[in-house]
Design a protein around this ligand. Structure first.
Ligand code: ADP
Ligand code: 5GP
Length: 220
């Protein structure tokens, strides 16, 4: 469709435990046109994770082959495993006006921004404090104590990269943080550069069929 708005690459990063998954799941539930970018990783699946849903789980040799074949829009070593975003998925989404949601770290966000400067929005979810971050990691009950210790050590390094981001959302009260995340997403979809095809369509006498972001789904 010619008057579709240009797709948006919406990157959300945070130290583990800050609430990124909770917030992103809610955003995806509300906006059907926002598609999750499923990354490739060499880490093993956790209980309950499904290949092709949370990640595409590949062995290190396959990952290396994909790097050599230039199949990643970005890739990085995170917590001892490699993770990468499919280049084909990104170009298809941009070309067809699909918004993509990325749960990737600051290294990935930085690489995407360098490659697609006008299309990437970088959002950083900040915990209200390191003490609260630790409390959330422990109460989530998904990681062994030594994994939690490592994640807390890494958190400080990740937090230091906040200046590379376009938006910072403090996840203190979940509903408040979610309202801000939604506001950022919606505002970014109606930026002039993304709505230019719609404006041009009206100028040329067409009726707008795609209004960009859809109204929220009914909740309840
Ligand atoms: P991440 O994806 O950043 O690792 P999660 O979304 O898994 O973080 O959240 C970590 C834990 O904190 C989960 O148990 C989640 O329910 C909880 N949580 C998320 N946001 C809040 C919040 N605003 N207040 C209290 N607990 C929260
Ligand atoms: P986990 O193994 O806990 O799912 O993810 C660990 C970290 O890797 C998280 O910070 C997550 O955002 C990051 N990550 C997941 N996929 C990718 C990716 O494709 N690229 C990059 N750079 N980071 C990723």
């Amino acid at each position: 469709m010619s008057n579709k708005h240009r797709g948006l690459l919406f990157v959300v990063s945070s130290p583990s435990g800050a609430g990124k998954t909770t917030l992103c799941t809610r955003l995806r539930g509300e906006y059907a046109q926002l598609r999750f970018s499923v990354s490739y990783t060499t880490r093993s699946p956790r209980p309950g994770e499904v290949d092709g849903r949370e990640y595409f789980f590949v062995d290190p040799a396959t990952f290396t082959e994909m790097v050599t074949g230039d199949e990643f829009a970005e890739y990085a070593l995170v917590h001892g495993n490699t993770y990468g975003t499919s280049a084909a998925l990104v170009s298809e989404a941009l070309a067809s006006g699909i918004d993509l949601l990325f749960d990737i770290d600051y290294q990935g966000g930085r690489q995407l921004k360098a490659k697609f400067p006008g299309d990437v929005v970088l959002v950083f979810i900040l915990p209200p404090s390191l003490a609260e971050l630790e409390r959330r990691l422990r109460s989530r009950n998904t990681d062994a104590p030594e994994v939690i210790e490592r994640r807390l050590r890494v958190a400080r390094d990740e937090l230091r990269h906040y200046k590379e981001y376009d938006y910072i959302i403090v996840n203190d009260d979940l509903d408040r943080a979610y309202d801000v995340l939604r506001a950022v997403y919606v505002a970014e979809t109606v930026r002039c550069a993304r709505q230019a095809p719609a404006a041009e369509a009206v100028l040329s006498g067409q009726q707008i069929l795609d209004m960009g972001v859809r109204p929220p789904r009914e909740v309840g």
